[in-house]
Design a protein around this ligand. Sequence first.
Ligand code: SAH
Length: 346
Amino acid sequence: MESSVVSEIRRNGDITLGQLRQLLASDDEALVKNLFEQAREVADGIYGKRVFIRGLIEISSHCKNDCLYCGLRRSQKGAVRYRLTDEQILDCCEKGYRLGFRTFVMQGGEDAWFDDERMVRIVSEVRHRYPDCAITLSLGERSDESYQRLFDAGANRYLLRHETADKEHYEKLHPSDMSFDNRMHCLETLKTIGYQVGCGFMVGSPFQTVETIFKDLQFIRTFKPHMVGIGPFIPAHDTPFADQPQGSVETTLRLLSIIRLIHPHVLLPATTALGTLHPLGRERGIMAGANVVMPNLSPTEHRKDYAIYDNKICTGDEAAECRNCTEYRMRAIGYETVVDRGDYRS
Ligand code: SAH
């Protein structure tokens, strides 16, 4: 059965606040099933029965920021801080390349150790060694000049979740020394420079409402990012939000589908956070319209210390295990992981 509301969203490439409210609150199983199916159909139509993989390298657990939700915030006294050396990062890439990754994502806290000089050196070396690979950075807010230098050194993509498109909500999730306007400025700058840009938000973050989610979706429609990362909020111990309820897997899946319907070509990961809250969370994410997974390539000895939230999965695995596990899981639902940069298709 085709649901008329889902078909309408698909046809319009847009959603109203009323439709969003209806889809998020619905307990009509046929409607929700149809939402997932239509989103999957749209993704299949553009990307086929293929899932893109990104090798995630968590380069630093140091952070100067104090985001209220994050287990790596600077006030987190119990956090174990580490930084990868240039050699360790290059080793991760080498391993990743052999395992079939053609995108490397270097992510970390906002760590002044990884200043422009160091990052340009690392990016240039990875670019030189792997001319056929995409280099994605996810290092938070930097200066316009820094983003430009890293792009010139060979970086292609940048992930910077906007976290929420509602300024008041943003200010409840972050301390006063962080600014919504600067976050948005960074996203605009990245796009202007020529990066493929990813924004995104947590589902079920404290103070989130249907109205703030609606703003997130409107932002996605107007900004037209190449990638959108969403995953459930998961409380991290000892943070101000440690006792807040976690986000819902079900709501995350519905939002993945809605994002696919309103922005069909987007690269949409089934995130580790989704896999953390449900044993088949990533598979369900793909079946709801996601088309990317990001297995971990970080050195096993540091995995558990990149603790942005509690109980993160895959912290004891080797890179090859994560690669194999991902392939196996995707095959089980009828999808192939591909040796490909996995660029945005316009
Ligand atoms: N410092 C970088 C990378 C941050 S980690 C940056 O600022 O972009 C990547 C993402 O993890 C964040 O953007 C946030 O949306 C998400 N995250 C952080 N804490 C989380 C938590 N407790 N639960 C779920 N996701 C979280």
